[in-house]
Design a protein around this ligand. Structure first.
Ligand SMILES: [Zn+2]
Length: 218
């Protein structure tokens, strides 16, 4: 585990992460930041997989270490020492996150359960991650969730277990559509955490509603 080579996309997310969190600390966002979501994934059967929050817990420490590092003279022994400590915190964050993603994806595929207890098809949404990363309020939350890695693991584990992964285009309005009657709320924004249907009155958690719609596509 220690020497695991992280996929390219994962490394890039890590870097973006650090950049964004510094911007947040300087108050450029006017204190209005999107908190890290509590859930990593919402499943149509009602399960919620908790987000490890690996980065947020260690964010302050990371910021302190990187300031300390940048103040050291280039090429000095102290700079090298700071570099090593910084690398250790980065590696720890990656490890905790990777571990949580492995548990979550293995739990979803449920390879070792009997065939009537594991899914034959898993539907996930192809969120446009690079586009979302341009939105500063969202980027830290999304980067911390490690969506690329989540999907990569889910796909190879599902393949191993003989389960299909159906990736739904991001243009499918799964969040905006009422899972009860099909009414579409064109005005739904990312800030709306609860979906309220104007047609049938269904009031439901936003992600759970989206998960229901995805399940219907399986
Ligand atoms: Zn409805």
């Amino acid at each position: 585990m220690r020497n695991r080579v992280l996929p390219r996309a994962f490394e890039r997310l890590e870097l973006l992460d650090a950049k964004v969190s510094r911007a947040v600390l300087r108050g450029r966002d006017g204190g209005n930041t999107t908190p890290l979501p509590d859930t990593l994934a919402t499943v149509s059967d009602g399960r919620e997989i908790a987000n490890p929050k690996a980065l947020r817990k260690r964010l302050k420490r990371l910021q302190r270490l990187s300031r300390w590092h940048s103040r050291k003279q280039k090429g000095s022994a102290n700079r090298k020492k700071a570099q090593r400590r910084l690398a250790r915190v980065h590696a720890r964050i990656a490890h905790v996150r990777q571990d949580a993603l492995h548990k979550a994806t293995a739990g979803l595929v449920a390879k070792n359960k009997s065939s009537d207890q594991r899914p034959t098809v898993i539907v996930i949404e192809d969120l446009h991650v690079s586009g979302m990363l341009k939105n500063r309020h969202l980027s830290r939350a999304i980067a911390d969730v490690g969506l690329y890695e989540f999907r990569r693991q889910l796909e190879y584990k599902a393949r191993d277990a003989g389960c299909l992964v159906h990736v739904v285009s991001r243009w499918e309005p799964s969040s905006k559509t009422c899972s009860g009657c099909g009414w579409i709320n064109e005005e739904l924004t990312l800030a709306d955490r609860v979906f309220i249907c104007q047609e049938c009155g269904l009031t439901i958690d936003r992600d759970f509603n989206a998960a229901q719609n995805l399940a219907a596509l399986a």
